[in-house]
Design a protein around this ligand. Structure first.
Ligand code: 3PG
Ligand code: MG
Length: 419
């Protein structure tokens, strides 16, 4: 639909991995996404830290001096105690379980350069928040050069930041021999498996409140999926485009024409758009609210759609059973408020079960989706669960991710090239 360059134009096979990389005694600068929630000065969810451990373990084993860098929050060039990576460094130390982790209270400059001299093979240091320097977000080459001075080799393991053209993921990859870490490769491989070369039939489920935030995702998926399920408030706008009165539900009248175009392009590409046939409705979105089930063509004017109805969920489960691949981003309803999570959670369980039985390749991403999977314990059953939110969506929208392009285009200087 669009002539914008997309991920499929990139030669991903040009990306170098750390698999056979000799790192013995080398200073390896690792960009991770350690942007984790901090509560009362402590890490509240360490999933992202855990997911980068295989890369750290591999580098440590190989005798590298590992220097970890990340952003946390959006401090916009100013230091602030809430956005310090100090508690993250502590958690890295606990999880690595092998010697102290050195924390440095800045990420560039002579003091940092000097302090890093203390690192020996297998040691790990964590630098302070990259976003305390404005040059990070402006992709400033001078700032990238200051970072590059700290290492001999650059490893990017921050897929969830790959949609940002920032100095630590973009500019730097052109200054040093650049490699993708294990998590970066796992994310790239999972998304390629679902989008570029899926085992068919392939279904995408896209949910969430607003069509406006995911319109490019729908546009792109309508051209390459066999079935496109739209859920959550987004589905209301599509239903309305088909003439359905959605009552008091969240929907976006300004996007009705755009979704009509999406539906037309899906039809042309042979992609089935799958919408609910019945709904769970209530007057208010509050826990324990009184609710009803109604046919999609009989939504009362004073009620809002908060979940898909039982018939819709059964139909969806049945259709899912006919699929070989599932790509999922976004809930089917207001899942975080009981009892409006039934549809989303039932679907999470079913997709988990089919994956566990080896009948489905399932790939999920985005904060809400991962939360829903965790609520029913389906995460370990899924084939792949992404750590990314924004980057996952950008890829689904077909857009190029600056950090992935930088890795694919980075040249390895001959003297550091490895077999
Ligand atoms: C994320 O949490 O989505 C990534 O860490 C990127 O953070 P950002 O949206 O502040 O760039
Ligand atoms: Mg974000």
């Amino acid at each position: 639909m669009s002539s914008e360059p997309s991920m499929s134009d990139i030669d991903l096979s040009a990306i170098k991995t750390i698999d056979d990389l000799d790192v013995e005694g080398k200073r390896v600068l690792v960009r991770a996404d350690l942007n984790v929630p901090i509560e009362d000065g402590e890490v509240a969810d360490d999933t992202r830290i855990k997911r980068v451990l295989p890369t750290l373990a591999k580098l440590k084993q190989g005798g590298a001096k590992v220097i970890l860098m990340s952003h946390l929050g959006r401090p916009k060039g100013e230091r602030s105690p809430e956005t310090s990576l100090r508690p993250v460094a502590k958690r890295v130390e606990d999880l690595l379980n092998g010697g102290p982790v050195l924390f440095l209270d800045d990420c560039v400059g002579p003091d940092v350069e000097n302090d890093l001299k203390a690192l020996g093979p297998g040691d790990v240091a964590v630098l302070e928040n990259l976003r305390y320097h404005k040059g990070e977000e402006s992709n400033d080459i001078g700032f990238a050069k200051q970072l590059a001075k700290l290492g001999d080799i650059y490893v990017d393991d921050a897929f969830s930041s790959a949609h940002r053209a920032h100095a630590s993921v973009e500019a730097i990859a052109h200054l040093m021999p650049a490699y993708a870490g294990k998590l970066m490769m796992a994310e790239i491989n999972a998304l390629t498996k679902a989008l570029a070369d899926p085992k068919r039939p392939v279904m995408a489920i896209v949910g969430g409140a607003k069509v406006s935030t995911k319109i490019d995702v729908l546009k792109n998926l309508a051209t390459c999926m066999d079935v496109l399920v739209v859920g959550g408030g987004m589905a209301n706008t599509l239903l309305n485009a088909q003439g359905v009165n959605v009552g008091n539900s969240l929907y976006e009248p300004d996007f009705v024409d755009t979704v009509k175009e999406v539906m037309a392009s899906a039809k042309k590409a042979g992609c089935e758009i799958f919408l609910p046939v019945d709904e769970v409705v209530a007057k208010d979105l509050v826990p324990g609210a009184e609710w009803n089930v109604c046919d999609v063509n009989a939504i009362p004017n004073d009620m809002m759609v908060l979940d898909q109805g039982p018939k819709s969920i059964e139909r969806l489960k049945q259709r899912l059973g006919e699929m070989s691949t599932l790509l999922w981003n976004g809930p089917l309803g207001a899942f975080e408020v009981a009892p409006f999570g039934k549809g989303t959670l039932a679907l999470a369980e079913e997709a988990g079960r089919l994956s566990q039985e080896g009948k489905l390749v399932s790939i999920a991403g985005g904060g809400d989706t991962v939360r829903a999977l965790n609520m029913v314990g389906a995460t370990p059953s899924f084939t792949y669960v992404s750590t990314a939110g924004g980057a996952f969506l950008e890829w689904l929208a077909g857009r190029q991710l600056p950090a992935v392009i930088a890795l694919a285009n980075s040249q390895t200087p001959a003297q550091t090239a490895v077999a």
